[in-house]
Design a protein around this ligand. Structure first.
Ligand code: TRP
Length: 322
């Protein structure tokens, strides 16, 4: 069975609509009929988060959000990078066959260096750990967006270097699946919805907050009586994500007729979102009091990841001569 791997970043917490439609939903769809792994790259988070309380809080929040949104029949193995005992040993061994010149080409490192003249070494080594995250588990495909494309190429290069150096086939070369044309989901200002712009709709925001955010979406300024064009409206772009085709047509017709204001459309959008995420929001609320089921699933996932990594490590030490 095809093995796929993706990740949920502890720093993403505050799952918003864009994360869901760009990252999670395609993952849940793509994972069907495949052996799917999702992990939290918490070692990677240490490159930028240097406060224990923040890291812990973000991680717990992310876990609640992820497990609330994961369909119950999803059958996805979820694990924590930092609980995989051999992951850094494997990373070290891989760094011994990784050319410095290759690492100097990493966009992620160059960007970080441009922003901050003295980066930490983990930022520099980041792609090697990321490679280990993938090739340790014989992953076939990693669905990524373009920003991670180069990292995936590095993973292939490093895996190939290792296999060539030791004349072996210990590592499988992973493929990336790149979704170039994912839809940009607009928000208040028409920019991409993002936490850093503070222009997002949080899936688990309380109703009042959600309503306030939706009400602040920037729209045209036609009066109630005037006919409106749904196709250029930020609210309608969001409605399309949640409404059935019939419902979309019905709302579009109201836009084009008269006596339907942007305020009405916004209220319909709120209802649609609440309905769409009803179960997920209920599950999220239930985790407030009890996260046992989450930790059980994580433990099971960590166990599986360790079994695979331990086995891979045995193969590696044998070919390198340790
Ligand atoms: N680099 C990814 C990001 O910035 C996170 C990541 C770490 C990752 N290890 C990975 C992604 C392995 C895919 C596979 O979001």
């Amino acid at each position: 069975m095809m093995k796929i791997l993706t990740w949920i970043k502890p720093t993403w917490n505050w799952m918003h609509i864009w994360n869901y439609f760009w990252a999670l939903k395609p993952l849940f769809d793509f994972a069907k009929g495949k052996e799917a792994y999702v992990f939290l790259p918490d070692f990677h988070s240490l490159t930028s988060v240097h406060d224990a309380e923040t890291l812990r809080k973000n991680k717990v929040r992310m876990l609640k959000e992820f497990f609330a949104l994961m369909p119950e029949d999803a059958n996805i193995i979820v694990f924590e990078q930092s609980k995989v005992r051999r992951i850094n040993d494997i990373t070290w061994i891989l760094s011994s066959v990784t050319p410095y010149s290759l690492m100097l080409r990493a966009h992620s490192f160059k960007d970080a260096q441009n922003k901050n003249s003295d980066i930490n070494m983990a930022v520099f080594n980041y792609p090697i750990l990321m490679t280990a995250d993938i090739i340790t588990y014989d992953i076939d495909v990693v669905p990524v967006w373009k920003d991670q494309k180069q990292h995936l190429e590095f993973a292939r290069d490093i895996a190939e270097n290792f296999n060539k150096t030791y004349n072996c086939e210990v590592f499988k070369l992973p493929d990336s699946k790149i979704d170039e044309d994912f839809k940009i989901i607009p928000w208040t200002d028409g920019r991409k919805m993002s936490k850093s712009y503070d222009n997002f709709i949080g899936i688990f925001d309380d109703e009042k907050t959600m309503k306030k955010k939706i009400m602040s979406i920037v729209t045209g300024s036609e009066s109630l009586e005037e006919s409106k064009n749904p196709e250029i409206c930020n609210v309608f772009a969001l409605i399309k994500l949640f409404a059935s085709k019939e419902k979309q047509d019905e709302i579009a017709a109201k836009y084009r007729a008269w006596n339907y204001g942007y305020g009405h459309a916004k209220l319909e959008l709120l209802d649609l979102i609440l309905e769409y995420f009803k179960e997920a929001r209920e599950r999220f609320a239930s985790f407030e009091n009890n996260m046992d089921s989450i930790y059980e699933k994580l433990e099971a996932g960590n166990r599986i990841a360790n079994e695979i990594a331990d086995k891979k490590y045995e193969e590696i030490v044998s070919v390198v001569g340790l």
